[in-house]
Design a protein around this ligand. Sequence first.
Ligand code: NAG
Length: 215
Amino acid sequence: MDYSTAPALVTTNLQLIMLYLIPLRLLLLAPPAVGDAEAEAKLPLVLPNRTRFPALHALYAPLLRALRAGDLYAYRAHAHGAARKVLVHRHLAAAIERLELFVVYALLSRVHAKLAETGDPSRIDIATLTRALSLSVASPHMRRQQLDTGIEPVETSPPDSSEQPEDEEEEESIEDGDTIAYLVQLISMGFIKGYVSPDNGVVVLRKTRPFVIEV
Ligand SMILES: *[C@@H]1O[C@H](CO)[C@@H](O)[C@H](O)[C@H]1NC(C)=O
């Protein structure tokens, strides 16, 4: 949707409030207080009613869906593509970029849950998380390629134009340093309980509920 030709995005004060409240609730999110271990915190991913607020829904649904799925590519494709104009116009672009940290959080928590199915997930190789993040930032096309070959796609492969975000950027690449930076941020903010041990190339997580906010 081209929001510049959709003036219906905000026609009432209620819609204006919702426009800012949806990202703000996430930005202002604090992890549950220490000792409040019973508190079941959930990410506040509440979408506006699709029938009543179709434009707001169209703006935020793809972002929140991608956030919940831990899909950085889909998140950026919408934020930098269809939604870009309105996000810039409404001074929300920086907030939406800041919230990428929660996309990463959702992804890491999914990897942790997956590893817990087959073993002890309290020590995870940074390299494993880097690989998950690399898949998450890759376009669906590049993702298939990475999964098929198990190696990084060659730089010269032609881009699949149908799957690129509107204003195309360089293919993102994630390195262990990026993964560590994400982990350190999320740990210092209190959303993940554990510590990074760079010398051993692992993150060591608390045994019980190291991801304190449910996605
Ligand atoms: C959304 O809004 C429509 C129209 O006002 C209403 O009929 C419907 O029940 C609402 N849906 C939810 C889930 O609240």
